[in-house]
Each structure stands twice: as C-alpha cells, then as structure tokens.
Ligand binder design. Structure first.
Ligand code: ADP
Ligand code: MG
Length: 301
C-alpha cells in the first residue's frame, strides 16, 4: 500500500516509528508536511498538491496533526477523504476531539463518567460556576490546550476567581472542573486501536505537580487496567469516532472518569513503557480497513 503520514517533522519519534513499521510490512511510506500541501477545492476531481507534485494513488493517510494547526491540517485531510482515501482518523473526529468542551458534551451524552465540569461565558456567573464544580479546589482549563499547558489548579476560591478573570481578559475559552485529588497526580493513558486497548500506562506527575503529562516532567510505568477502565476507553474512542486514540482516565472515588480523548497520541512514552509495537498495530489496523471510500463522513460535516 501507499501510505501518507501527515506530519510536520519526519524526525519525531511517532512519525519515525510509523514509517519503520510500515516499511517492515512492505508498504510505501511517505511523510508529507501538511503545511506545504495545497489544493484546488473547486475542481471536479479533488487532488492534493505537494511541492509541485500531485499526490496520487494513496491508499491511506495517517494524520499526525499538531494542535496549533488543526484548522489547516484537517482541511488537507478532508481533501484526501473527498478523494476516497482511507484516513486512520477522520477530520471530523479530530476536530471534535480538539475541543475539550465539545468532547465532554459528546461523552456525557452517552453516559461516560466525567469529572463534574462547568462552562460559562459571562463574568457575572463566576460564583455559580465555581459552585457547580464543587467549589475550590478546582481545575481550570483552556478549551484547546495540550500537553498540560493551559491546565491550572486553583486551590482557593480567590485564586480561581483571579485565573478566570485573567482567562476572560484574554478572551480565552475555558472550563472549570472538580479537582480529583484522590488520583494524587496520576492518571492512566489507554492507547486504543480499533476496538481494543492495545497498551496502557500509568503516568505520575513530578513531585508537587498535579499534571501527569510526560511533557511536564511526569514519569510512566506499566499498569493493569480493570475491565471497566478498558470498556470506558474503548467506548470513549468510539463515541468520538476515532480509530486510534489516547484516552486519559483518572481513578476517582466514584469510578473511572475520562479527562480527554487525544486523536494524535504520542507513541514514544507508551511504546517505551509497555515495550509493545503500537506502530505495528496501527499499520495492521490500516491493512484491515483501508478500502477506498471507507470513511464514515467522506469529509462531510
Ligand atoms: P492536556 O490536554 O493539556 O493534557 P488534560 O485535561 O489532559 O489537558 O489535563 C492535563 C493533566 O492534568 C491530566 O493528565 C491530569 O494529570 C491532570 N488533571 C486534569 N484535570 C484534572 C482534574 N479534574 N482533577 C485532577 N487532575 C486533573
Ligand atoms: Mg492530557
């Protein structure tokens, strides 16, 4: 098969591993920088151009689109979908997952366990909003943050008010969430491929840090997840419409709660921790599913 990886940097661990895993299985792997793709969207025959060349006969696309360029990256992916190319994750599902509020609403609609979460626009409702989240301490999050940046723990009501005031002053959208203190700075990353959790690890924030993100200095170790956690991760990915996802779960006093569902989960931490060939499993999922036109939306919606 001819498989295109949309990635800005071919040296990144995840990109390198996917290229390697694909080549090992005899596929033609090509890394394409989506920022450098362009297209004629009014043409009857949709095509993607790249550095003066038309990308043809592509069987599958693996999007590894960074959060800061979701808008353009998903537009390029959509163009591939219009051409009938199989996307590992669809553009619509990626856009959904990048917005924390939208994701939580979708998950909540299907009854997935979540931290109590509030959202408001008007500054007049701040006090009530804090009460919804159970009062201080609360976690305040920018809707489009990643890697722990834009996630703040406000330990007192006064601190929460100041952070909310600052975010509002910057015209940033945010949500306010109950702080799950019993997790003690740890969470579980479940790597879902298709309808399976193929690898899972526990992440622990560094000393004095409630955010477990490896990018924030967290560490990881192997963990055995419960059947309930496994089912929750698989359902969450499915609800978001993602074939491959990193589902973050916290063990709370009221059972597993989902923090977020990542559409471009990093492979380095999970492969190193579990010693599993996750990239290989992703390629094998593509082999089973990449039929022309096998997308749920074909770029619609
Ligand atoms: P990001 O997209 O930046 O990774 P997350 O919502 O995943 O944002 O939050 C980052 C980390 O902060 C989580 O992995 C978790 O360790 C911690 N965290 C987030 N929300 C809560 C919460 N409500 N209670 C306790 N810890 C949380
Ligand atoms: Mg996260």
């Amino acid at each position: 098969m001819k498989i295109v990886i949309l990635s800005r940097n071919k040296k990144l661990y995840s990109t390198r591993r996917l290229v390697e895993a694909g080549q090992e299985r005899g596929h033609e792997m090509r890394v394409v920088d989506h920022q450098r793709c362009y297209m004629n969207i009014a043409s009857h025959k949709p095509a993607v151009h790249y550095r003066g060349e038309v990308l043809e006969d592509v069987d599958a696309v693996i999007p590894r689109i960074g959060a800061s360029i979701t808008f353009y990256g998903t537009a390029v992916l959509r163009q591939f979908e219009m051409m009938g190319v199989y996307p590992l994750n669809e553009s619509v599902a990626i856009s959904r997952s990048r917005d924390k509020l939208r994701s939580l609403q979708l998950l909540s609609r299907k009854g997935v366990g979540l931290p109590i979460t509030g959202f408001a626009h008007s500054p007049d409702d701040t006090q009530d909003l804090l009460s919804i989240a159970g009062g201080a301490p609360v976690v305040i999050k920018l809707l489009e943050g990643t890697q722990g940046i834009g996630v703040v723990l406000a330990e007192t009501r006064k601190a929460a008010e100041s952070v909310i005031e600052a975010f509002r002053g910057l015209n940033a959208n945010f949500l306010v969430q109950e702080f799950i203190s019993e997790s003690a700075g740890s969470d579980i990353r479940c790597l879902v491929v298709g309808d399976k959790v193929v690898a899972a690890m526990q992440r622990q924030g560094k000393e004095g840090e409630f955010r477990s993100n490896l990018h924030r200095g967290g560490t990881s170790k192997l963990i055995r997840i419960t059947p309930e956690e496994r089912a929750t991760a698989i359902r969450s990915a499915k609800i978001m419409g993602l074939n491959v996802a990193g589902v973050d779960i916290i063990r709370s006093n009221h059972g597993p709660v989902v923090l977020e569902v990542n559409s471009s989960p990093g492979l380095e931490g999970i492969e190193r921790t579990t010693e599993k060939d996750v990239a290989g499993m992703i390629i094998s999922h593509i082999e089973k599913n990449a039929k022309k036109g096998n997308t749920r939306t074909r770029g619609k919606g």
